[in-house]
Design a protein around this ligand. Sequence first.
Ligand code: SF4
Ligand code: SF4
Length: 193
Amino acid sequence: MFNIIIKGFTTAGKGLSLTLKHFFAAKNSREILSIQSDNYFKQQEGNTTIQYPHQTLPVPETGRYQLFVEMDDCIVCDLCAKICPVNCIDIESIKSTEAIGQTSDGTTKRLYAAKFDIDMAKCMYCGLCTTVCPTECITMTNQYDKSVPELSLLNYEFSTMTAEEADEKRVALEKQQAEKAAAKQAVMQKKQG
Ligand code: SF4
Ligand code: SF4
């Protein structure tokens, strides 16, 4: 009986000392180290992590975390989609009846993006799409803390064109192509006599 009481006190003492140890150690949190620091990957002491989201760990500016497309600079050439090894870029283009405008590097835009989706759930972060883009408008950002409640929300839709607007552009293109074909036919008939 006496042994059981001693054992009970010993166990309670061990538990309390462990609690106190963690209680005092919890005052120390990890320091935020610069990415250039030689100690960036060192095992830090302290029980608590940084106070996220008020504090964040620095990551390289060139880190491959999330893709972003500056659509104003996109000429919808499809090169990024073609080079993607896992086919996670889905682009649907519509030819414009006239020049739409220019990108910031002066390239003339002649195609609308009816659809420009990137499924980041499938992306393997190789970065190939960013290397082939002629206007450098598709980039990897260093935003690493993107989380979503559903996998489907990782499909990023960059096109802002509505279905109605896309239909309008298609109709305008079909009309222009029909007019051109009719004009060509008329010239041929005139030549034939
Ligand atoms: S980073 Fe690689 S896998 Fe991801 S979209 Fe670009 S080409 Fe595809
Ligand atoms: S390679 Fe660049 S310009 Fe071409 S479709 Fe992709 S993001 Fe747009």
